[in-house]
Design a binder for this molecule. Sequence first.
Ligand code: NDP
Length: 377
Amino acid sequence: SQPISFQAKSSPIAFQCTRLFSVSRPTLEDVAITRTGKPIIKIAGGRSSLGGHTATVFGATGFLGRYIVNRLARSGCTVVVPFREEMAKRHLKVSGDLGRVVFLEYDLRNTASIEESVRHSDMVYNLVGRDYPTKNFDLEDVHVEGTQRIAEACAKYDIDRFVQVSSFNADKNSPSEFFRTKARGEEVARNVFPETTIVRPAPMFGFEDRLLNKLASASNLFTSNHMEERYWPVHVIDVGMALETMIDDDNTASQTYELYGPTEYSTAEIAEFVDKEIIKHRRHFNLPKAVMKPVAQALNRAVWWMKTSADQVEREFIDQKIDKTAKTFADLGIEPAELPSLTFDYLKGYRSSVYYDLPPQTERERREEKRYLHVID
Ligand code: NDP
């Protein structure tokens, strides 16, 4: 590529102009034609760059949402964030430059508001999901009907790409309603929009997770399966990275990805890591399923904040099964992080301050301590 520069270089101002306008012509690869034939100006990336994709992220106000909105916005994409509660979306505003993160109020039952959210985008992510039924939405409403409305809006406006975030163990014959409805959501998405990319994350851990924080919290934990369920926990930042990769790689269209961590653990094993990291012993009580399920159901109906539900008790008895036909992190060129390498970062806040001068407890602390060893003479 040839630099474009001014002819007159005699004065200092002209010299400045030369420097200002001495930009490379974009090469042909800088313009990409999307699946539906729209041109996209590919940008080098950076928070303040112009051009790039416009992506709508449904469910951006949740745990995973911030890790994809942040990645897209900081690489210069315009991100449309449909939201339903003012306070829940505030933290996303600063993840991008002024005007790059756009908020639109929507309702999962209001088709017009969903269409308004997707019509200017070339990429749509659906992260909407709930672990438990609520007063106004059961799992079918959220995972099946909600997905159908979003997929139909994508088809109506001929959106280039649609990514549906489902779940590990999504199976129409599962004893868990959550896994059944997630599988039906996948089916509905593929029927309406055949190029849908399906992403099935394993249980995710990170700062705002419901895995490490639950095991580390001071309240007693009630379980039914002695915490013996086994799964491959995955780092939420790795899942965010995978979702971002999909925006630039059209080969991921129509594919199914199972995103899981490198090692399988039981909840009891993770609880051991947690206790070691927080230097406290958390108490766990095991109650029979026959007692726990009705109690969890009654609690789910009685209180409006997240506690537990009968279906969550059911899920304790289901180990994660890997679908060998699905693609994984390896197909996206991502190496997933190990859980024990990050527990210190996520759990140090739970430690008592009396331990501030303890010798390093984890491999990472030991590595970091080395930074302060100097050979002076
Ligand atoms: P969160 O529960 O943190 O966030 C869920 C999002 O869905 C929120 O933005 C929430 O909006 C939105 N939502 C839920 N119900 C409704 C509704 N009735 N109408 C409109 N919006 C709704 O989920 P995560 O970020 O943890 O997970 C993202 C996706 O990944 C979900 O689909 C989840 O099922 C799936 N998944 C998660 C796993 C995990 O370990 N976290 C494991 C496997 C799958 P609002 O903020 O307004 O409530």
